[in-house]
Design a protein around this ligand. Structure first.
Ligand code: ADP
Length: 248
C-alpha cells in the first residue's frame, strides 16, 4: 500500500462534556483517497469525532488538520464545508417535493434562494455534471421523480449525490445502510467503493458485514480513543475488540 499523504489528521484530540471524556487523546490518520470505516460500541465517541472534524464541536486539546497544512480548528463549520468536507447524517434530508434532478441542481448551486435557483438556466457543463452524478448514484431513471417518492435507499443515494455536487475532497458518512434492504446495502457498498480514490471517505457504521464488504482498513473506537486498527480480520480477532463487543 502506498501512501498519498494525509487528507485528515487528528492528533491527541480530547473532548470533555461535564468532565466526561467523550474523546480521549484520539489519533486518527486518513490517507488521501482512502475508504475508512469507523466502528465502536455506543458511546465510543464516533459522533463526537465527526463533530470535531466538521467544526461543530471544539476539542479541549489536540490538533486537527485537513490535507498537509489546513488547520481545521481555525475554521468555523461553514468554512469547513466550503473547503471540501461533506457530511452525510444518518437521516436523509432531501427536498421531498422537488425532483431528483432538481435536488442535485439545488445542491450544486448552494442553498441561496430555492425558488430563484430552479428558474435560472443551467449551462451544458452543469447539466453534464448532474447527469454524471445521477449515473454514479444509480438514479438516472428516476431523475424526474419527486424525491419524496423514492425508497429509503434511493433517498440515501440522492443525498450522497447532493454532497458530490459540491465536489468534496472528504466525505463523512454516518450509518449509510441503516434501514436498507440487502440489495440496497450491496449497492451502497458499490457506490462508496467507487467513490474512494477520487475522494477520501470515512464511514461510521454498525453493520459488520457491510463494513467487511467495503473497508480495507477499520478503526475501532472505544472510550474516546483508538482501541484497534487494521483490516477487518485483524480487528475482529483482536482480543481487546472481542472483549469490548462481547464483554460490554
Ligand atoms: P457514539 O457516536 O460512538 O455513540 P458519541 O460521540 O455520541 O458516541 O458519545 C460519546 C460520549 O459522550 C457518550 O457517553 C455521550 O453520552 C457523551 N456525549 C456526547 N455528546 C454529549 C453532549 N453534548 N453532552 C454531554 N455528553 C455528551
Amino acid at each position: 500500500d502506498t501512501t498519498h499523504g494525509p487528507i485528515l489528521y487528528l492528533e491527541d484530540v480530547s473532548v470533555s462534556f461535564d468532565g466526561f471524556k467523550a474523546l480521549n487523546a484520539l489519533n486518527l490518520y486518513i490517507d488521501t483517497g482512502e475508504l475508512r470505516c469507523i466502528i465502536g460500541p455506543n458511546g465510543a465517541g464516533k459522533t463526537t469525532m465527526m463533530d470535531v472534524i466538521t467544526g461543530r464541536t471544539r476539542p479541549d486539546t489536540g490538533t486537527v488538520h485537513f490535507g498537509q497544512r489546513i488547520d481545521l480548528l481555525r475554521l468555523d463549520e461553514p468554512a469547513i464545508a466550503e473547503i471540501g468536507i461533506g457530511r452525510k447524517f444518518q437521516k436523509p434530508t432531501v427536498f421531498e417535493q422537488h425532483t431528483v434532478f432538481e435536488n442535485l441542481e439545488l445542491a450544486m448551486r448552494g442553498s441561496k434562494g430555492v425558488w430563484h435557483t430552479l428558474r435560472a438556466r443551467l449551462t451544458g457543463a452543469q447539466r453534464d455534471r448532474i447527469d454524471e452524478v445521477l449515473a454514479s448514484i444509480g438514479l438516472t431513471g428516476e431523475h424526474g421523480r419527486p424525491a419524496g417518492l423514492l425508497s429509503h435507499g434511493q433517498k440515501q443515494w440522492l443525498e450522497i449525490g447532493m454532497l458530490l455536487m459540491q465536489d468534496p475532497k472528504l466525505l463523512l458518512v454516518d450509518e449509510p445502510v441503516a434501514g436498507m434492504t440487502a440489495g440496497e446495502t450491496e449497492r451502497t457498498a458499490e457506490l462508496l467503493t467507487s467513490l474512494a480514490g477520487g475522494h477520501s471517505v470515512v464511514v461510521v457504521e454498525h453493520d459488520m458485514a457491510f463494513v467487511r464488504s467495503i473497508a480495507r482498513k477499520v478503526t475501532v473506537l472505544h472510550e474516546g480513543s483508538v482501541l484497534a486498527e487494521g483490516d477487518m480480520d485483524t480487528v475482529q480477532n483482536d482480543p481487546r475488540v472481542v472483549e469490548v463487543y462481547l464483554g460490554g
